[in-house]
Write a new protein. Structure first.
Length: 348
């Protein structure tokens, strides 16, 4: 994205979320604030690319480690006959797929916007997060089924090979988790990958415990029991990831932004702003928040200065880097994206 948060664009009826655009503030302060705006944008743009490049490198390194050890764990699970190892290997398979999707999301997400996709391909990262969550649900269902069958008919498990592979898996998962921890932990795909690896860590711990119990007691049922318990933890993580990705895809307001508080802050912090209407705040992807809103100004207020001040407050106080602000010069019908309000609530 190359949008400048301080740029003031001409009205575009087709692009407005609230119908026809009759604003009067789109003629000021573009040149007045151009030096400051582009300097700030350049720094922010460079920082964003640096974070994205670091995320991509972190995810790729984690992908190589995860995919390599997944093969080792599959072989160990088959040799030892352990469901816990096979389940953990299955989880590592989804980890590898999740990391591959996240890596592809970072790579493709850097592609520039075009006439058909004006926001570029950043939303692919959120789609990858959604797929990650769905694969976790599928994995949980498969492990529960296998655990049920194993409880009905426990098979022989070789504790020695199982323990060796489980300890190695724990070390690899710790290394991958540490690598991912160096990335942007607020990003939906980095967070999703860390949740996957956290499930792997718990799976490795469960496999170690199961191997020790089998070695000292010979109780084979511990293997499917611990596998099922780990699934419950994975299920919780999967639900959290699914809910976060779905919220972004539904254009929901970021959880750390209260629209009513935002409206109240602008009314009190920006001189000359008498009314703030039709506020829409959403995320294109993690950390990229956008907003549109309409201003009603007090008599004598300078529209250009008011718009610039509002954009500054949105960026500094709420982290909204790209905002479209319209100043109303005449009464207007309600926004088509909102429910109709009673006439007493419509303002002037």
């Amino acid at each position: 994205m190359t949008h400048d948060p301080h740029d003031i664009h001409p009205p575009d009826p087709a692009a407005s979320p609230c119908g026809d655009m009759h604003g009067c503030a789109h003629r000021h302060d573009h040149h007045e604030h151009a030096g400051h705006a582009h300097a700030g944008h350049g720094h922010d743009h460079a920082h964003t690319h640096a974070v994205s490049a670091r995320n991509e490198k972190v995810v790729l390194t984690a992908l190589v480690l995860t995919a390599t050890f997944m093969v080792v764990e599959v072989i160990g699970g088959v040799i030892s006959g352990s469901l816990a190892l096979i389940a953990d290997a299955g989880h590592m398979l989804t980890d590898a797929a999740a990391l591959a999707l996240a890596w592809a999301g970072f790579r493709i997400g850097r592609r520039a916007s075009d006439a058909r996709r004006t926001f570029g391909y950043m939303r692919l990262e959120v789609l990858a997060g959604l797929i990650n969550a769905l694969t976790l649900f599928a994995l949980v269902a498969w492990i529960f089924r296998e655990a049920f069958l194993r409880l009905r008919d426990p098979g022989e498990v070789l504790a020695g090979p199982m323990l060796a592979v489980a300890v190695a898996g724990l070390l690899v998962n710790l290394a991958v988790f540490a690598i991912l921890h160096r990335g942007d932990r607020d990003h939906v795909n980095i967070r999703g990958a860390m949740l996957h690896v956290l499930g792997d860590l718990l799976g490795s711990v469960a496999a170690i415990i199961a191997a020790l119990v089998i070695h000292y007691t010979g109780w084979m049922a511990i293997d499917p029991i611990l596998s099922a318990l780990v699934c419950l933890l994975i299920l919780r993580s999967a639900w959290s990831l699914l809910r976060g990705a779905f919220h972004i895809l539904m254009e929901g307001a970021p959880p750390d932004i209260d629209v009513d508080a935002l409206r109240g802050h602008l009314l009190t912090a920006v001189p000359g702003v008498a009314e703030v209407q039709h506020v829409h705040v959403w995320s294109i992807t993690s950390g990229r928040v956008l907003a549109t809103l309409e201003l009603g100004l007090a008599d004598g207020a300078d529209p250009g200065a008011s718009v610039a001040a509002v954009k500054h407050e949105l960026a500094e106080r709420f982290g909204i880097g790209h905002a479209t602000v319209e100043v109303l010069c005449e009464p207007r019908a309600g926004c088509t994206l909102e429910r109709a309000r009673p006439p007493t609530e419509c303002g002037h």
